[in-house]
Design a protein around this ligand. Structure first.
Ligand code: ADP
Ligand code: ADP
Length: 231
């Protein structure tokens, strides 16, 4: 079964004449181990789709199945547990806690899970090693470069061993050299750990690292664009 399946997913905001449709019937299947890039103009529904896939928000109608589980049928608490246990997030702005060391940032999701201090430290150090940053474990984000901060964020996202990693313009704040570093890292986690990656990007250069690109337009998946790629 697919790890992600959206069936006729609709998301609207507001009521009556003020209703905005962010998603207008999205059908999407993503298999475990895929690396998918999501592209499309501003306002086309990419963030809304990512929020639904990440269980941060729910759809207005349609179905969302995560590993075969109907997410719409879960309680808010169950959705939070699903998110914390199976989904990792990285963002354009890194979203690290500024006054807290790299390793403490990476330990945070483990703290939420109630792991004891010693276990947290071991797992967080291992995650920092996997992104090549064990030597700056006790530095704060302000003491690190943008590329290093994003690598800390990746360590934080993968420390819980999630099934999927959602990346929202992960290289949007980085220069080309650092962006390529981040993409190589994501690709290695995808290949070696089999983690499914879904990444929003505006850059064709970065989308090339994915095994498939999906184009959004006006709240729908633009299949015509996919055909263009084949031809
Ligand atoms: P993208 O990520 O592709 O830029 P979004 O998913 O953010 O697109 O937005 C899709 C549409 O939904 C836009 O028209 C946007 O204005 C609207 N939208 C998104 N979030 C909200 C919200 N919380 N309230 C009202 N409208 C929203
Ligand atoms: P909550 O505090 O709602 O229970 P979690 O702490 O479980 O959420 O968050 C899971 C992941 O999602 C974390 O990496 C967190 O930083 C991220 N996250 C949650 N909501 C948002 C948001 N609105 N914007 C950015 N990141 C978010």
């Amino acid at each position: 079964k697919p790890i992600i399946e959206l069936r006729q997913t609709v998301k609207s905001y507001g009521k009556g004449e003020a209703t905005t449709y962010a998603l207008r019937g999205v059908d999407l299947k993503i298999e475990q181990g895929e690396f998918v890039a999501i592209m499309g103009p501003s306002g086309s529904g990419k963030s809304t789709a990512m929020n639904i896939i990440g269980c941060l928000d729910t759809s207005s109608s349609g179905n969302y199945l995560f590993n075969g589980v109907e997410v719409g049928m879960l309680s808010r608490n169950q959705r939070t547990l699903l998110r914390r246990n199976y989904i990792g997030f990285i963002f354009q702005g890194f979203n690290l806690l500024g006054k807290t060391s790299a390793i403490e940032n990476v330990e945070l999701p483990l703290l939420y899970r109630g792991l004891p201090a010693k276990k947290r430290h071991i797992l967080a150090m291992k995650a920092l090693q996997s992104v090549g940053l064990e030597h700056v474990a006790h530095h704060t984000p302000g003491e690190l470069s943008g590329g290093q901060q994003q690598r800390v964020a990746i360590a934080r996202a993968i420390v819980t061993d999630p099934l999927i990693l959602l990346a929202d313009e992960p290289t949007g704040n980085l220069d080309t050299v650092k962006s390529i570093e981040i993409m190589n890292l994501l690709q290695s986690f995808n290949k070696e750990k089999g983690i499914t990656i879904i990444m929003v990007t505006h850059e064709n250069e970065m989308a090339k690292y994915a095994s498939r690109t999906i184009h959004f337009r006006d709240g729908k998946i633009d299949d015509a664009n996919g055909i263009k790629e084949i031809l």
